[in-house]
Design a protein around this ligand. Sequence first.
Ligand code: NDP
Length: 488
Amino acid sequence: MPLPKDTQPKASHYINGAYVEDTGGTPFDVIYPGTGEVIGKVHAATPAVIDAALEAARAAQPAWAAMSGTERGRILRRAADIIRERNHELSVLETCDTGKPLSETLVADATSAADALEYFGGLAGTLTGEHIQLPDGDFVYTRREALGVCVGLGAWNYPTQIAAWKGAPALACGNAMIFKPSETTPLCALKVAEILTEAGAPPGIFNVVQGMGEVGSALVTDPRVAKVSLTGSVPTGRKVYAAAADGMKYVTMELGGKSPLVIFDDADLESAVSAAINGNFYSTGQICSNGTRVFVQKGIKEKFLARLAERTASATLGDPLDEATNLGPMVSAAQREIVLRYIETGKAEGARMVFGGKAIEGDGFWIEPAIFADVTDDMAIAREEIFGPVMSVLDFDTEEEVLARANDTEFGLSAGVFTRDITRAHRMAAGFRAGSTWINTYNLTPVEAPFGGSKMSGVGRENSRAAIEHFSERKSVYVSMNPTEAPF
Ligand code: NDP
């Protein structure tokens, strides 16, 4: 399929309701992962651009917060409608930005952004404080107030979704946002900003600035910023959290994982294989919550592996813009190198390669999905986040053993269990130290459910009512109904 002709954005940044360019910033190419072609160029934000975005957000936020929640919500819901109407065009752009196949982006990216805008648009008019009665007629009421200017920092795997998962709750609560996409995927967030303006968001409420880590860092340390929400790796999370702490800012950290997917002998085998495929190869394995440690009980191990290899062999790799394709390339040459190195490490550590794992030569950043069996807990491929299509299958005997091993990781983003034993399913879900868990499915993240990590996988929660707590603060107002006394 030919690439669309208009992938070059109108300008690099979106500030105060309009596109802004400053060619003084370091230029970088937008590369289509399907072929490696350059499909656009943007410039990193200069200090003047960063300052303009901060000033626009600071100036616009009080009036936005003063609007009724219902009015703010209406704008967010209108943006959701526009996104749904343009789903095809936005999905094509997401495919160009990330290389993820159109068969995925049509159902998972712009639609997820629209869900977030619709959900938080609906909540905006319901946000309230509370009334607390005290003795002698005194009482306290609380006001739920916006934090001010919030910064969103995005990873490259879900550029449209991440912009909306951060922007929608921030705006619903009356904040303004400056969003910095990953330099690898700069295109999609600009569209979210453009659509919010079209839906009626006042200028300055949602701004996008491009750049590498330095631009993110300049935003995080700026005293005008009240809150930082990052989706990224643990090393970046550490740096951003520390920088935000210095300014005593609120944070949400959505970081990496090495999540367990536990499959008991009594599981529905086809569903368990589907979950292992979805939880390792969807988006070419570039999903933070993936169940990359697949623990299979010994009784069904070989049957599971045989079926898994057979079904993985039927994956259709090819032109990401062809809807028949269901497995795309890696996002970049650099990420493909990281993944190939891990595959070599797995082989050197003695894991058994059951399927794939080779680079596919030619244009673009292609790689075969890889399945390792006989993986042990101490191997690097079982301990470190790879962020690519590499599945490690481990085996186990008992429930107690597998739960201890599943939790023996610094990460705690997600976990899943497959079993027909209802009490065991709930015991496992309760025992996992992870933010999101699934019983007899994997990786479903509806906007109604909280999403986020335990341990090194992060702090705070996105989505659901929980996100409101992370984008607003409560002020308490004590009201005396009695004379005020003093000791002298
Ligand atoms: P990175 O941590 O490299 O980058 C995340 C964002 O932070 C990018 O926009 C990056 O800019 C920016 N950044 C980097 N350094 C700094 C800094 N010092 N100060 C401020 N901002 C900075 O993550 P990736 O983009 O490589 O994404 C992959 C990671 O994201 C994986 O670990 C994955 O697990 C995690 N992730 C977590 C999710 C979750 O919800 N828990 C969901 C999706 C991914 P730039 O890259 O342009 O330099």
